[in-house]
Design a protein around this ligand. Structure first.
Ligand code: SF4
Length: 511
């Protein structure tokens, strides 16, 4: 389910030759790691608005603000009171939804949208969301951020019972479960479906009359409610409200479904109340720094993380250099706590993703320089401490250390503003297999040698929780989902379990 390969840059070379075109083939290149660096990837952003004359245009703006959560594809579904309209495209929101003709085809006063980065299911058009189906109780469009940890089992059971799947995405199981529910009202059917799915998920859904949002029983993935001139909005992050001047109302609670209609906002619990355990990596890397996630400003949290890191792992250095962009707030906090100058010793090129350069080996070698380049004037002859938000495979860190040395740095110390990543994710984050995680296969000294730094240190899990404003991690009931660091998975990993030989035998039988 995780650690998939492939990136979309070359899609344009299909018959249309344009990014954002509908018809495309996927050319599998592992550029992502080369160009975007060695990162975990949040896999999707969702947005929806109810009862607004420019619903589709507003959704396109909201998705644009959530582009950091998925760059491979985007889609919008609207409802004009009679018909649902759907436009799904490969590529960036700006490439696909900036032409008026497309927005005008998306008629109606209600619409939802999705930006995609795939964890399950290939990046093919039929997997681009929102997914839509006409059901007995009316049309239903679904946009999903997260990953179902029993999606495979549900799909197998549904196919065995005769379901015909249009995509290879786990999200489609939700549509089938709603279709098969014996309840009459759409809301009751949705509740029925939500009680059968497991994992981390935030959902925005559109029916004939309603905009509906739901957040998994632990609140692993984020979802917020906003309001614009009396119209209600659902979005993955508050930054998508800011871009349209909407007011932040509140976070959707864990295990809560909100039903937005002309009568206002109705809140329904579909899961028993329990302490929320949001994904702690949203604060470390995924969410935009200007977002407020579960009441915490992401930028402020990242600065606090840098302060804790400087307290725990000071470095004998002359300057602090962030690995841009996500390492900047933590490096600022580190520099302030350490009393060292903060220098932009690495300059990031923000237009790398748009290149159509063929990946020849020599270009691959240059890969990291396309994204980052050394600011020699700031670092030559200096002992530098690099600060980055996380270290996954170590490939980018290794190249950045080499680049700093080649640019004249006297010493290169590396400080990681999160604990070592030792376990893969199954809740909607694209992580490599365990054996590809550097910290899962090397001890600290081994990792230091691999990346070639003079010293290396990670923030401790205790330091991370202090930066989150907690005294310490409550081992009995952790305040956050943090299993990529701790291996403490918050829900059963049903699909992983079905991989057992006995399960595989049953499943093979089902094919
Ligand atoms: S493993 Fe847990 S903490 Fe890490 S990214 Fe995934 S959901 Fe978040």
């Amino acid at each position: 389910m995780t650690g998939r390969k492939g990136l979309l840059i070359m899609a344009a070379r299909s018959e249309t030759g344009r990014a954002g075109s509908g018809a495309s083939d996927v050319y599998e290149v592992d550029w992502r790691e080369e160009l975007d660096g060695d990162r975990l990837r949040e896999e999707c952003g969702i947005f929806g608005i109810h009862n607004h004359p420019d619903a589709a245009a507003i959704v396109a703006l909201g998705l644009h603000a959530l582009q950091h959560r998925g760059q491979e594809a985007a889609g919008i579904v609207s409802f004009d009171g009679r018909v649902f309209h759907s436009e799904r495209r490969m590529g960036l929101v700006g490439d696909s939804f900036s032409d008026l003709a497309t927005i005008e085809r998306l008629k109606g006063r209600a619409a939802i949208g999705h930006v995609r980065y795939s964890t399950t299911g290939e990046t093919i058009l039929r997997n681009v969301q929102p997914l839509f189906a006409e059901l007995e109780s009316g049309g239903l469009a679904v946009a999903h951020n997260g990953n179902l940890t029993n999606g495979l089992l549900l799909r197998r059971q549904l196919v065995r019972d005769g379901a015909i799947c249009q995509s290879t995405s786990d999200t489609e199981a939700i549509l089938h479960l709603v279709a098969r529910s014996r309840h009459v009202r759409m809301v009751d059917r949705l509740m029925d479906a939500l009680r059968q799915i497991e994992g981390g998920y935030a959902l925005v859904m559109l029916t004939n009359k309603k905009l509906i949002g739901a957040r998994d029983p632990l609140g692993i993935r984020p979802l917020v409610l906003g309001e614009l001139d009396g119209r209600y909005i659902l979005a993955s992050e508050s930054c998508a409200l800011d871009i349209i001047g909407a007011r932040f109302v509140r976070d959707i609670d864990n295990g809560e479904m909100v039903v937005i209609s002309d009568d206002g906002v109705e809140s329904i619990r579909f899961a028993k109340a329990q302490p929320m355990r949001p994904c702690i990596f949203e604060y470390i890397y995924f969410a935009r720094p200007d977002s407020v996630v579960n009441g915490k400003n992401v930028y402020a949290v990242r600065k606090s993380i840098g302060v804790e890191l400087a307290k725990e792992a000071p470095a004998g250095a002359d300057i602090v250099v962030p690995v841009p962009d996500s390492g900047v707030p933590a490096a600022l906090g580190f520099a302030q706590e350490a009393g060292l100058p903060f220098e932009m010793g690495i300059i990031r090129n923000h237009y790398v993703g748009r290149t159509f350069i063929q990946p020849t080996q020599s270009v691959r070698e240059l890969g990291v320089r396309m994204k980052h380049s050394a600011n020699r004037a700031a670092i030559e002859g200096k002992r530098i401490v690099l600060v980055d938000d996380s270290l996954v495979r170590g490939t980018t860190s290794m190249k950045i250390v080499r680049m700093m040395r080649e640019a004249g740095a006297r010493e290169v110390h590396f400080r990681i503003a999160s604990p070592p990543i030792t376990h893969p994710d199954f809740y909607g984050i694209d992580t490599p297999e365990k054996e590809k995680l550097l910290a899962a296969t090397h001890d600290l000294e081994g990792m230091r040698r691999v990346i070639g730094a003079d010293s290396l240190a990670f923030l401790s899990i205790g330091g991370l929780y202090r930066a989150m404003g907690e005294e310490s991690r409550n081992a009995a009931s952790p305040q956050f989902t943090d299993h990529c660091f701790t291996g403490d998975y918050p829900t059963p990993l049903t699909d992983l379990a079905i991989a057992s030989p006995r399960q595989m035998a049953i499943l093979a039988e089902a094919d």
